[in-house]
Design a protein around this ligand. Structure first.
Ligand code: CAA
Ligand code: NAP
Length: 248
């Protein structure tokens, strides 16, 4: 059977890397999307490192916060690798500060990167998936989109927006073999969390019943499960994976 083509946006980041590896291990042809401020050096170094570990993963540039750039990314992947069967909307950023201090730039950057990106990328692949009768769309939201977080009005709003998008699109494509789901990790040991002050991380870990941050591969295995052919009855859902920090 022909290998499925998977695109993971933010594929060279902390969680993205493990998602790429998990999909590759399950037989997909995997493409990692990167931004890197338009510079490919870090992405190429990442690709070489993956090859040393026996993961043969392609890297393609695209700023997913920008519709035209996202269109260019999809066009390049479909031309050079093939039509996309599995899309993981994983790219994201934080710009934490309380609303009273938040400027328009930090609101806008987070909304464009974490929410507009879901439209910018998914819009380019949805018709093809419907025409071919198969697709898996998995968007990475966050525990903080579910519960809110001090200093994250921008991020929590964007991540909560993913739920409405997911449920609505799931309805539109359910009879075409395309599933649409969200995954909401709690705090994961990646650069995004490590850039917070040590003291704040300690306070957060104290709120996690499992008693630690997640490892990125723990998130990746859930994403890979949702991407399987056999997961076709799972759609319009959100999967919390947060060590018990928020139960609903
Ligand atoms: N709860 C209650 N009060 C808090 C607080 C909290 N969590 N955090 C800060 N405060 C208080 C401070 O004690 C301070 O009080 P005083 O003014 O009385 O001294 C006041 O709020 C500071 O307010 P500021 O407006 O000055 O805050 P700030 O602009 O400096 O930003 C912050 C504060 C850095 C955002 C801080 O609240 C913080 O680190 N919050 C956590 C953010 C967080 O969890 N980010 C997650 C990043 S990783 C990620 O997002 C991945 C994921 O999906 C899980
Ligand atoms: P990370 O290591 O910082 O990775 C983020 C990735 O997003 C990077 O690869 C980055 O690419 C990419 N990216 C950022 N802006 C982009 C843009 N405009 N266009 C294309 N790619 C862009 O963070 P992470 O922890 O792995 O986060 C991955 C996802 O999980 C994010 O959506 C995040 O919100 C979510 N999440 C994380 C946690 C956590 O605790 N870590 C918890 C819940 C949800 P470049 O480096 O090439 O710019």
């Amino acid at each position: 059977m022909k290998a499925k083509v998977a695109l993971v946006t933010g594929g060279t980041g902390g969680i993205g890397t493990e998602i790429c590896k998990a999909l590759y291990k399950r037989g997909a042809r995997v493409v990692a999307g990167y931004n890197g401020g338009g510079n490919s050096a870090a992405a190429l170094a990442w690709q070489a490192k993956m090859r040393e570990l026996d993961f043969n993963i392609e890297v393609f540039y695209g700023d997913v916060s920008n519709f035209e750039s996202a269109a260019g990314l999809i066009e390049a992947v479909e031309k050079n690798v093939g039509p996309i069967d599995i899309l993981v909307n994983n790219a994201g950023i934080t710009r934490d500060t309380t609303l009273k201090k938040m400027d328009l730039i930090n609101w806008d950057m987070v909304l464009r990167t974490n929410l507009d990106s879901i439209f910018n990328v998914t819009r380019q692949v949805i018709q093809g998936m419907m025409d071919r009768g198969f697709g898996r769309i998995i968007s990475i939201s966050s525990i903080n989109g579910q519960k809110g977080q001090f200093g994250q009005t921008n991020y929590a709003a964007a991540k909560a927006g993913i739920y409405g998008f997911t449920k609505s699109l799931a309805l539109e494509v359910a009879n075409k073999g395309v599933t649409v789901n969200a995954v909401s990790p709690g705090y994961v040991a990646t650069e995004m969390v490590k850039q917070m002050p040590e003291k704040v991380i300690e306070q957060i870990v104290a709120q996690i019943p499992v008693g630690r941050l997640a490892n990125p591969d723990e998130i990746a295995r859930l994403v890979a499960f949702l991407a399987e052919d056999a997961s076709g009855f799972i759609t319009g859902s959100n999967f919390a994976i947060n060590g018990g920090q928020h139960m609903y």
